[in-house]
Write a protein that binds this ligand. Structure first.
Ligand code: 1CP
Length: 355
């Protein structure tokens, strides 16, 4: 567990230390745009069977690292493992989004929920972390992750994906105390989940708040940020996770970056709707930033990809504390060769920027 890292650029950038070039990883880097991922998923039979098999989860985690010079690996799993372990019955129909057999709609549903046990009900996730750490052998750091309480609640109340997650929003306005009860339970579960991943060997932690941006400013602070802040506080208080960098990513929340930095997190993920120059000004050197190329650009020609990569990097400028990434997950239709163009350009231009 304590072996030295051969490439620590990602961890150094999160600590806002100098690096030889800009580190890069790609949200959803192990996924359907890779033919080898589709082959392993077919062998597993379903997405959940893949995620629940530590050897296969390890195999797909490492696949993008075989192709591209990525500076971090991310655990292959999903944010919806927590609600599944809470008994909601998760499934993924082929080519479709997630579905819960038992969505959470009433006070009785919410009162029944408990924090799952991390080394029994979610043991497969911790086993995957342990197997991946061993196989990585210090090549690059391993990122563990969770959904945010708000984003998990979106899926749990709706029962599936949605454009607006109107059911949870309705609960927030009509029964705010009940919504907070659900979010409180989830905050405890998310903290325990991330602490267990840290104890199993994750070297950095990330919280995906994909749907935080659906909320107006005051409800964002009340229903999304407040509960993420409690998770960060719990991570900072536990010996297993206290020294790990924590990245918060609320999609569509560019206007909240300064408030998000107040949580004491290490870094903020940023989507493409804000320039990194403005994001840097907002956080005033308090946290590192991760982002923020529009994933749609990966479908353009290589020269456009290179130009737009440089535009993102110029916007951040020659300062420590930038982790290059997309502003959201890579989509299945992307040509893997285009990811190589992106990764190689980040490293080449990062060296050039440092002069
Ligand atoms: O059929 C398949 O193979 C399923 C596609 C897939 C994949 C590759 C799903 C179902 N989950 C994943 C893996 C996954 N999910 C990772 C792996 C690590 C990586 O390579 O990055 C991570 C970090 C996630 C996180 C996740 N799942 C988020 C947060 C990040 C984001 O992209 O916004 C969300 C919202 C989910 C829910 C989910 N799981 C899967 C799908 C298709 C969805 C989205 C559903 C929707 O659109 O609402």
């Amino acid at each position: 567990m304590t072996q030295a890292l051969k490439n620590d650029r990602f961890l150094r950038a999160l600590r806002r230390e100098a690096t030889d070039t800009t580190p890069v990883w790609v949200m959803r880097q192990a996924g359907r745009y890779l033919p080898e991922y589709r082959a392993t998923r077919a062998r597993a039979g379903s997405f959940m069977a893949l995620a629940q098999n530590p050897e296969l989860a390890c195999e797909v985690t490492l696949q993008p690292l075989e192709r591209f010079e990525l500076d971090a690996a991310i655990l292959f799993s999903d944010i919806l493992t927590i609600p599944d372990a809470m008994g909601l019955g998760l499934s993924f129909a082929q080519g479709e989004g997630p579905q819960f057999a038992h969505p959470v709609r009433t006070r009785a549903d919410i009162e029944k929920l408990g924090v799952p046990d991390m080394e029994t009900e979610l043991r497969y996730v911790m086993d995957a972390v342990r197997v991946i750490r061993k196989e990585l052998d210090g090549r690059v750091p391993l990122i563990g992750f969770s959904g945010s309480p708000w984003t998990l609640a979106c899926y749990m109340v709706e029962g599936q994906g949605s454009r607006d997650f109107a059911r949870l929003k309705a609960m927030c306005w009509s029964e705010p105390a009940l919504a907070h009860q659900l979010l409180d339970t989830l905050a405890q579960a998310v903290a325990a989940y991330l602490i267990a991943q840290a104890a199993a060997g994750a070297q950095a932690l990330m919280i995906f708040d994909t749907w935080g941006g659906l909320l107006g400013p005051a409800p964002f602070r009340e229903f999304s940020l407040r509960h993420m802040a409690r998770v960060v506080e719990a991570l900072k208080a536990h010996p297993a996770s206290r020294d790990l960098p924590v990245t918060l990513f609320s999609k569509g929340a560019g206007q909240h970056l300064a408030t998000m930095a107040d949580t004491g997190c290490t870094a903020l993920g940023v989507d493409w709707t804000i320039d990194l120059a403005d994001a840097r000004q907002a956080v005033a050197g308090r946290v590192a930033l991760q982002g923020n190329l529009d994933p749609a650009i990966l479908q353009a020609d290589p020269e456009v990809i290179r130009r737009e990569v440089r535009r993102v990097m110029d916007s951040y400028g020659n300062h420590p504390g930038h982790v290059f990434n997309l502003g959201h997950g890579i989509t299945p239709e992307v040509n893997p060769e285009h990811v190589k163009v992106l990764v190689d350009e980040v490293h080449a231009y990062g060296r050039q920027l440092r002069g």
